[in-house]
Design a protein around this ligand. Structure first.
Ligand SMILES: Cc1cc2nc3c(=O)[nH]c(=O)nc-3n(C[C@H](O)[C@H](O)[C@H](O)COP(=O)(O)OP(=O)(O)OC[C@H]3O[C@@H](n4cnc5c(N)ncnc54)[C@H](O)[C@@H]3O)c2cc1C
Length: 151
């Protein structure tokens, strides 16, 4: 395991799906989803997760003046160890291929298999790349390719 450092001041995304989707939480309650971007294969223990959850709540309080510390009824976390266990994910990463120069744009794995004539790939691990919009575009491009090659 590479022991990458955890960030001193973690950045995070915050999303409260229950604000627009009432089925995301029981009536009168809110559901919050927080995401801290981390280095791959970082040390992952229950103690570290708890420490960062508290840091995150403190940061949220500093930024919004909302203290959620005593309002948490249920929480669940998902980190490097879970990505490895559930998805056999390389270094426990969530995003697939890193966006390095040699894995970008046309240098990403191809949409059409080089080995099997009628095999095509789509989604974030191929062209154009990660994210929901590019994954949808990938499906569109590959459907065009299939039409072109299999009239
Ligand atoms: C924590 C997190 C936050 C993100 N935030 C954003 C964001 O804010 N905006 C954004 O645009 N993108 C975001 N992304 C990236 C985005 O979610 C992905 O790029 C996108 O969902 C990839 O779509 P996909 O269809 O290629 O793959 P996936 O959505 O991963 O779909 C692949 C499907 O194939 C299934 N599968 C895998 N193996 C098999 C098998 N052998 N047999 C059958 N089924 C199989 C999987 O179960 C899964 O359902 C985020 C990703 C993560 C992990």
């Amino acid at each position: 395991m590479i022991l990458n450092p955890w960030p001193e001041k973690p950045l995070f995304y915050a999303s409260f799906p229950s604000i627009t989707d009432p089925t995301a939480a029981p009536e009168g309650k809110e559901a919050g989803v927080f995401l801290i971007p981390l280095a791959p294969d970082i040390e992952d223990t229950d103690e570290i997760r708890e420490k960062y959850f508290m840091l995150l709540l403190q940061r949220l309080k500093d930024l919004t003046d909302q203290d959620l510390t005593d309002a948490v009824l249920f929480k669940e976390s998902y980190c490097v160890k879970d990505f490895k266990k559930d998805y056999n994910s390389y270094k426990g990463n969530a995003y697939g291929l890193a966006n390095t120069l040699l894995q970008t744009h046309v240098l990403r794995p191809k949409l059409k298999s080089k080995k099997l004539k009628n095999m095509y790939f789509t989604g974030q691990l191929t062209v154009p790349g990660p994210g929901v919009p590019p994954s949808i575009i990938s499906g569109k491009i590959v459907s065009g390719l299939i039409k072109k090659h299999h009239k």
